[in-house]
Design a protein around this ligand. Structure first.
Ligand code: NCD
Ligand code: ZN
Ligand code: ZN
Length: 337
């Protein structure tokens, strides 16, 4: 038997939603992760301290007795300034910027990336040491959206050298190259973008449960992401982007974007890293790098994963997970906290 023990695993990009959905999905992440960066794209989005505290409370209630820390984010608005953010700085781990309309529940996001318009908010964040997370896609042709956004990342990285900027859920080899050029650029990589390419989504029968933003790209992009993750590139962190939508919203004309990976994330990562002989790098990819980049100290948790197969359920509540109904090669043996 092969096993790996992970300490304080972290998911640095997670959608937990609200209401019944929150109660279904939160325990699945809370069981195996020590903490997660919680995305603010609710309807309406999380834009002030009161909403943030109430949402944090609902998450903790839904997570139950799992010793799990939700690292909270605000939904970026250009109106944020120093006086607004300073009293919140202790309660927020990052602020998430969405280009308007680019992905699920991002209608209230930013239109146009004029540095001068964004300056007051981004200078305040630099001063307060609040990282900026970005869904970096333009409104261009779908396969080019992320690469077209790279110059915007770079412009912001240069204009705000003290601001940590996280390129969220990168899918394109070009984004990885940008990491090397700017000390204040970082990135998250999802599980599904390490596993699939566009072929898996649309190359055969259309696979709605693999449809997400940004869309999975070419084999060489996936290969580049895999190389960075397997070698635990120090500027790269695991962020599942686990994004649950009810089955009726996925298996429909106008399929919602998002892949639900939370319940299988750690076992499938362990299987992937083991297959490549890189198990010893997994701790860095799923925890150490994020702790250093975000300067966080998550609750103690020890997760033991073993190469004993498990059967993935067809559904959790109304949500269909990655590998639904299939057997995966690894499973969680026990969790201590
Ligand atoms: C996410 C969601 O459903 O909230 N969907 C997705 O395809 N990734 C939003 C996001 O992270 O862009
Ligand atoms: Zn996104
Ligand atoms: Zn997301």
């Amino acid at each position: 038997m092969t096993e790996v023990i992970l300490h304080e695993p972290l998911d640095m990009h997670l959608h937990l939603r609200d209401g019944d959905m929150l109660r279904t999905v939160a325990p699945l992440s809370a069981r195996s992760f020590s903490g997660a960066l919680i995305m603010p794209n609710l309807v309406p989005p999380i834009t002030d301290g009161e909403m943030l505290r109430a949402y944090r409370h609902r998450i903790l209630e839904a997570a139950g007795e799992n010793c799990f820390k939700p690292y909270m984010t605000l939904f970026f608005k250009p109106e944020y300034d120093f006086d607004f953010l300073a009293p919140l700085a202790e309660e927020i781990t990052a602020i998430k910027l969405y280009p308007a309309g680019i992905t699920t529940n991002s209608e209230g996001g930013v239109s146009g990336f004029d540095v001068e318009t964004l300056r007051p908010a981004l200078e305040a964040m630099s001063e307060l040491g609040i990282p900026l997370c970005i869904h970096g896609e333009t409104g261009g042709f779908v396969l080019d959206r992320e690469r077209e956004f790279v110059p915007i990342y770079e412009e912001l990285a240069v204009a705000f050298p003290e601001l940590s900027i996280v390129m969220e859920h990168i899918t394109d080899a070009v984004s990885l190259e940008a990491l090397e050029r700017h000390p204040n650029l970082y990135a998250t990589i999802t599980l599904h973008h390490l596993l699939i390419t566009l072929d898996d989504v649309v190359g055969g029968m259309l696979q709605p449960h693999l449809f997400c933003k940004p869309i999975a790209k070419r084999p060489e992009d996936r290969q580049a992401l895999l190389h960075a993750a397997l070698n635990a590139h120090p500027k790269v962190m695991f962020g599942s982007d686990s994004a649950p939508h009810p089955r009726h919203a996925k298996e429909a004309p106008g399929c919602a974007a998002g892949v639900f990976t939370a319940p299988v994330a750690l076992p499938v990562l362990a299987e992937l890293f083991a297959r490549h002989g890189k198990l010893e790098k997994l701790q860095h990819f799923v925890s150490t790098n994020a702790r250093e980049i975000y300067q966080i100290d998550p609750p103690v948790k020890k997760v033991r994963l073993v190469d004993t197969p498990m059967q993935v359920p067809e559904k959790y509540g109304e949500v269909v997970p990655l590998f639904a109904g299939r057997e995966i090669g690894w499973s969680i043996a026990d969790v201590e906290c």
